[in-house]
Design a protein around this ligand. Sequence first.
Ligand code: 26W
Length: 822
Amino acid sequence: ILTREETRTGLGPETLKRAILNHLFYNQGKFPEIATRNDYYMAMSFAVRDRLLQRWVASVKKYLNADQKIVSYLSAEYLLGPHLANNLINLGIYENMEKASNSLGMNLDWLIAKEQEPGLGNGGLGRLAACYMDSLATLEIPAIGYGIRYQFGIFEQDIKDGWQIEDTDNWLRRGNPWEIAKRELGYDVKLGGYVQHYTDINGKFKANWIPGMIVKGIAYDTPILGYRVNTCNTLRLWKSEAPKSFDFQTFNQGLYSGAVSDKTVCENISKVLYPNDEQREGKILRLQQQYFFVSCSLQDMIAIHLSQGGKIERFYDKFVVQLNDTHPAIGVAEMMRLLVDVYEVEWDLAWDITKKSFAYTNHTLLPEALETWDQDLFQSVLPRHLEIIQEINRRFLDEVTIRTYGDQDLISSLSIISDGPWKKIRMANLACAGSFAINGVAALHSELLKKTVLKDWYQLWPEKFSNKTNGVTPRRWMVLSNPKLSSLISSKIGEGWIKNLDELTGLEQYADDPSFQQEWMVVKHEMKKDLAKRILQRTKIKVDPSSIFDVHVKRIHEYKRQHLNILHVIALYNRIKQNPDAEVVPRTFIFAGKAAPGYHLAKLMIKLITSVADVVNQDPIVKDRIKVVFYPNYNVTNAQRIYPAADVSEQISTAGKEASGTGNMKLSMNGALTIGTLDGANVEIRDCVGAENFFLFGLTEEEVQQKKSEGYNPFDYYMANPELKLAIDQINSGYFSHMNGSVFKDLINSLLYHDQYLVLADFESYVAEQERVAEAYKDKQRWAKMSILNAARMGKFSSDRSIKDYCDDIWKVGPSPVELVD
Ligand code: 26W
């Protein structure tokens, strides 16, 4: 009998080395003399995957046998980031692999850098899904993540002449060693066509959906290993293909020739991720994508449940289905269709099963993000679902009518289909009606949901509502991205914090310790030097690692107010111009983020940042005291490099607009101090780290509402504040754009005459608070202490805590440890 060390799944350096060489030969068909770095990356990844598979099989076995309830997370986006290094950490073999690769003459960091990250998400929502997958596995919760295997993820951003340029993200070009295609595991998905109604031989009314086309979903599985546990869950992403052959027996009702459409049309469905975040695009393809992955996923869950001898009526004993925003909300209608049309369950029972199965998370209050579908368009894609939704709605509104004594306002606001000449299907209403639980993603956000967009739902079903404040995984966002800080922390308090982030409070006792402060700031400085190098390589801008690294990284959006930040930069610059000897604490303003390709003002914001950078960075009077950097192509890989180097975290959205934010948490964990508004999770972060360790500014959500109702006039603020006026006039006059001011006119007009995000109203308060930031940074000891306390008090913001809350309050699922058997 072989020991595990001798088998292909051993974890020692020698065994790993052998495994890499094996895969190099048998998978890549290479030997060391001719192998490329990519060959080594692939070989190493396969070696790591072998170790995951062993745990994966054990996990899947366990979930299939026992009567285990499984969490099913439905998300149109997963912003995973690179797998290799994360898996090494979770397996506990980072150091052994370093030895193995050194002995092969390879540098582990190079190989890690070879990975094309799977950017199958836009931003916060997709990244949250990835953090939750990590925590589910780490907490040993049986879970499946379902989504779409986009052939092209979020576009790659480049900057040309200061403008954003988009390039396609061909992440699968060199193959993906982390996925396993389950060619045999596929489901047919119908689209378009029409519905026939008939009475069967038993006198039952039946609907027969004759599709316009059928696509096949193929499962691609990626194992998701927890930290130092054997639990290895599945991320199952669906790829769309043309069905190979067509089963005329199943659909023998006529007119099928058109149903088997050509290959390209079918493959188009999972072709590309829509790059919009917080802005709906009413495209047919998008609805097809949503339905495609949800239908495959529900068919898969039902197949799993039935194959284990489960009864369809008890679906909810096997699965609890979490809707990540409304993108998968069509699942409510699809579940009804499967139950009623396919499994012939009575309507009332079917609705009861559905409502016991689904829970819905809302991620945004922005009205332009709320998904609705034009009824005609909806019908053309999902004719049977329209009928089902009409029936759900009819019965649902009957119930509402009785409960509210026919309150017309309530009835029309709760209706899943809006009335009026242009009927719309409201996906948030469908999600609310079909779910037993509804949650927001930060305390303030959940409160605002109850007061605004979901007010009427809350009034009738208060028991469905709760808050689940977001969290992020400390494995990726501390251990992996900031190993030096992590080692320093562990040297003081041990390694328990990695799985139990509350233990970070153990650092508080060292916050005043000068030698610990010194070590803490040395690590920060090292990370700033690393980032400075990358900035120089990527942008040719030289920055000083001793300056404040002031970081504003996230999607570019008016509500996130990158333009407020740049107005402050211009004001600082003008202060220097007016008084060249003024004392200025040196600062590097670092921006990064993608703009939706069709979002004109967001793209102008990027151009404004790069234009200001061009002027400020060159001006000899500035003497390098302030630098502005736009770091291109913000993604998980780049985020991992930026967070550890940040001194200041910009979280400056208009109060009431950012549902939660999660970058705010990652930055604070890495010792950055926040300058922020009372918005999203900032409120809770400030409560945890202490008001004295947080730079607060700006209007509160209530003040924002107040101001707007009084008739806010941004022009008054422009006229009243000379620094603000000068900055805007300069932009307008072309000071930053070779005397061509018209470039920015749309942005400026929007600020001066609309300013729906109150940039001008918050300017003064922001500038004043930034002065306190600079003042604080001058006192190195005070800053170090504040930085340490920020990290020390971030325990609440681990995604482990979030997942525990979901498990206890919504999913009613507990840990189920997996044992490894040889
Ligand atoms: C249909 C277009 C569209 C696409 C994506 C609308 C809305 C979205 C997402 C819901 C936007 C999003 O990512 N929201 C973010 O979710 C994060 C995780 O909860 C929060 O931290 C962010 O505050 C929120 O903006």
